[in-house]
Structures are given as C-alpha cells and as structure tokens.
Design a binder for this molecule. Structure first.
Ligand SMILES: *Cc1c(COP(=O)(O)O)cnc(C)c1O
Length: 512
C-alpha cells in the first residue's frame, strides 16, 4: 500500500475517523504473539500426541469410569486464565489432568448411552480439520472440505438405498437432524409457513411411544407444540403398531388435521427396536405425509451388506437421520441429514446475505451448505468420518458392527441361562436389556428398585458401565455396544458384577 493510500485509508476509515481522528500515520508494528511458527506447532503437537498415545496405551486396563465427584473434578481442573503464557510443562500437565478426569467412552466396558468409541484416525483427522479451519458454510471458504462432505453424504445415501439424486448435509448431532427433517416436512405441508408461521393445531407428526424425545422437542421448536406429535402404541417387541398409526391418522383427517410426517425409528434408543418401515412408507405415501426415518443409532447396519436388510423401507424415506458419532464410532459430534430431494433444503433454509453474494456463472463454485441447513458457519465435520472410512475401509466397519450384534446375542444367551437373570425383551441390534431377579422374587416394584440400585452401583464401581431402560414400564439394566473395543470379557465381567452386587443389595434389604 502506498503512503498516500495508507493516509487516505486511515483518514477515511469510519471507526478511526470517528473514534481516534488523530491516530499516528506510522503503520502499527506487527503483533505476532498468536502466530506460532511451524516448529513451535510441531513441538507442542508432539507433546499432545504423546499424551494421546499414552491414553491409548492405558485404555484397555483403565476403569471405564474412574470414581469422580463434582468437587474433585472441579478442583483438579481448576486453572486461572493467565495474562501471560502458561509454561508449556504446566500446560501439558493441565491437559493430563483433563485426561485423568474423563470417562472412557472408548473403553470396552462402556456399555451405556449410545456414544461411540471414537476412531483413532478420526481423532487425528480432527487436528487437520481444525488446522485448515475450513468453514463449510460456504463452498468458497472450504472447496475440498465441502466436496468431501458431499462425497460422504452421497456414499451414506447410497448405503441407505436412496436414489442417485439424493443429498443432504452434516449437522451437529441427531437432535438437529431430526429438527431439520421435520422442518422440511412442516414447510412442505403449507406454502405460507416460512413467512407467516404455522397454525399449530392443523398439522400432526406420528412417532412411536419409544421414539426419541428430540422429535417432541422439534415439534416444540417448530411452533407446532409437543402435542402435535401423536404417540403411536407399540407392540410386544417395542415397535410401532401400524393399526394404531392408521387409527390416529384417520381420526386426525376426520378432524381436519393434516398428517404432515410419519417418523419411523430404525433402532430405538431404549431397546434397539426397528419400526415396520416398509409399512410406514406405504401409509405415508397413501396419506401424503413426509416419511422420516430416525436411524441415528441403528442406521449403522446400512454399512453391512449382511445386516442392511433390517432397514428395508428406509430407501423410501424423504429424510433420514444418521449419527456418525454413535454406532459408526466416529468422534463426537456429527450426524447426517439425508434427503431424497435436496432442492427441499434450499426451499426451507435459503437466506439472503449480501456478504456472500456471488456470480456463480463466473466463479463456478459448488453448494454452500450454510444455506441448506440451520447452521451457517460450520466445521469440517466430515473429515473425522471420512478419514476413518479410508483408513479402515468399509469392510472393517461392517465386520465390527456385525460383531457387536453377535456379542449382544451371546450376552442374551448368557442371561437366559443364568438362574437369577432374565431378558426384559429380545435383544435388538447391539442393545440387550435384562433384569437381575433373585430366585423366588416376583414383586415387580421391588425388582425395579433392586435393578435401579444395581445399575447405580455398577456405574459407581466403574469397571463396566451399563445404563438402564424402561421396558414395558419396568426397569431393566441396558447394554449398548458402540465401542469397537468391547469384547466377550467385558460382558462376562458385567454379568459377574451384576450378580455379585445384586446378591449383596438383595440380602442387605436396603431397597426392600
Ligand atoms: C441419540 C439419538 C438421537 C439424538 O441424537 P444426538 O446426536 O444425541 O443429538 C435421536 N434419535 C435417536 C433414535 C437417537 O438414538
């Protein structure tokens, strides 16, 4: 910049002119504190990588959940924000404390909520994704990243059997994917909705009693209200009952309510049940409803040729939710929102912003994901999934997902054979729900309290970490295998500890 330009720039700069009209004409010297050299980056990065490496080395024998209290963790990670740089040794020690005060979601004994193990190549890819700092909200800010996202989306859509023109994007988890999908359904139901809002009582969604609560939350956020979600009854295997769905839809239509969306769950969070998706697709087509499949968890079986038939009907969906951070093991967070007709995304999420206007006939740039979903600035989420897929290959995922199903069935067999354990429902996908039942005890309310206590004590013990489920109104222990490090020995340990704790709690009479 020439001197006269600099002067002119300073002189006419709005903020300087208004707030500091007498600013010196000498250029301010550079401020480089934040600008680390490649050598510095490598040195620090190496130390962090060493931390990660020793974390991986200790993982097999580490307790799934070390015994941690709120006060203890808060004290351990307490750290004032310094004005000047923390010494590197102190910084690395602080990071080590964070590692030591974490729960090992990736440990083989982690059998609780559906949070996948996190792939190693995915974690390392995150460094590069953050390093590039690509903003996938705009193609021009993330050319390769946006194209990788597109590639991943098309691959997933294909695995789910959607037609070649299908698309979608990655969002921050299944909650947002479900919300986005139901917004598409809502918008399709009435042209004036985007600008004029909804008449809440005139649209209804249908989801089973076992569907995820984010469906209700979506109805709330979309202005329909949670009561717009009709809870369809379930059958003995906790799947949506088609006869009840038909009954509810008929009643709504008779009352002048439009059936806007049918939500089928492919793998319920509680028990892994898969709704009768083909029949739901059929009904949706007949009544003109949007067909959404919430496959946040169970969608992973689409990666296995052997298990994929379990999802039959999903290929007819208008939209699909699939979490990459659940049973696909990718690091948190990520979910694919897949849609049959990508133009719907533009219809529902397009926006005008002068600062990103461009003449595409000249720039030849691709899709701006930020204008096809709720998030504008977006990270390079695809890389952590993509690098995992490339580094492991699809077949490795398929084998592991099949193995998780096999382990779950094996666990169910062990439960059936134990005199003091019983299945709460048949195992489905990688979820098994069972109860501890001492011989001769039939009081269901007591068994609820007993199993709840056993679950809590198992979690506090922390060697293995199950959760609980409510199955047909009764409390059960629940295991969900989504860590690729879980093997038979973890499940054996779980049953051993369950019976040991169960016996003790029952004998003590503490929950009597
Ligand atoms: C986990 C889950 C969700 C919510 O997904 P998040 O990624 O946790 O936001 C929605 N639906 C089902 C069936 C789930 O299992």
């Amino acid at each position: 910049m020439a001197a006269w330009q600099r002067r002119r720039y300073r002189g006419e700069s709005i903020c300087r002119a208004r707030y500091a009209p007498h600013v010196a004409l000498d250029p301010p010297p550079p401020v480089t504190d934040l600008d680390w050299s490649p050598e510095r980056a490598t040195a620090f990065g190496t130390r962090v990588l060493e931390l990660y490496s020793s974390f991986l080395a200790e993982l097999p024998d580490a307790p799934t959940s070390p015994q941690l209290t709120t006060a203890g963790v808060r004290a351990a990670v307490a750290q004032d924000v310094p004005d000047e740089p923390l010494e590197e040794d102190a910084l690395v020690a602080h990071l080590q404390t964070i590692v030591d005060n974490s729960v090992n979601l990736g440990g083989g004994g982690f059998l609780a909520v559906i949070s996948g193990g996190g792939t190693v190549p995915g974690a390392i890819a995150d460094l590069l994704a953050s390093g590039l700092n690509a903003n996938t909200g705009g193609w021009f800010l993330s050319p390769a990243a946006s194209e990788i996202e597109g590639q991943l989306i098309r691959w997933l859509a294909d695995r789910f059997g959607l037609p070649p023109g299908a698309g979608g994007n990655l969002v921050c988890g299944g909650s947002l994917a479900n919300l986005s999908a139901l917004k598409l359904a809502r918008d399709r139901a009435g042209v004036s909705v985007r600008t004029a809002g909804v008449d809440g009582q005139r649209l209804a969604f249908y989801a089973s009693e076992e569907s995820h609560f984010t469906i209700d939350r979506a109805a709330d956020v979309l202005g329909l209200g949670e009561s717009a979600v009709r809870k369809v009854a379930i059958d003995g295997q906790l799947r949506m009952r088609v006869d009840d769905l038909e009954r509810l839809i008929a009643a709504d239509i008779a009352a002048g309510v439009h059936p806007a969306a049918i939500v089928g769950t492919a793998g319920t969070t509680g028990t892994g049940a898969i709704d009768p998706l083909e029949e739901l697709a059929e009904i949706a087509a007949r009544v003109g409803a949007w067909f959404h499949v919430d496959a946040a968890y169970g969608g992973a079986v689409a990666i296995s040729d052997e298990l994929r038939p379990l999802l039959r009907g999903t290929e007819r969906a208008d939209s699909i939710t699939f979490d990459t951070h659940k049973w696909m093991y990718a690091p948190l967070v990520g979910a694919a929102l897949l849609v049959r007709h990508p133009t719907g995304l533009v219809g529902s999420f397009s926006a005008h912003a002068a600062y990103v206007e461009q003449d595409r006939s000249l720039t030849d740039r691709g899709t701006d994901h930020g204008f096809e979903g709720l998030q504008l600035s977006r990270s390079f989420t695809a890389l952590r999934v993509w690098v995992g897929l490339l580094a492991h290959g699809r077949a490795a995922y398929a084998r592991r997902i099949e193995h998780d199903v096999e382990l779950t069935r094996w666990l169910a067999r062990l439960v059936e054979e134990a005199p003091d354990l019983e299945l709460a429902c048949p195992p489905s996908l990688s979820i098994c729900c069972f109860r501890y039942r001492p011989a001769g005890v039939d009081d269901d309310a007591y068994l609820d309290r007993l199993n709840q206590r056993v679950m809590t004590e198992l979690q506090i013990d922390g060697r293995v970490f199950p959760s609980q489920a409510e199955v047909h109104g009764r409390i059960a222990l629940r295991t969900c295998i989504v860590s690729y490090r879980t093997e038979a020995r973890h499940l054996e340990q779980l049953l051993e500890l369950t019976r040991e704790i169960g016996e003790r709690v029952h004998a003590s009479g503490v929950v009597a």
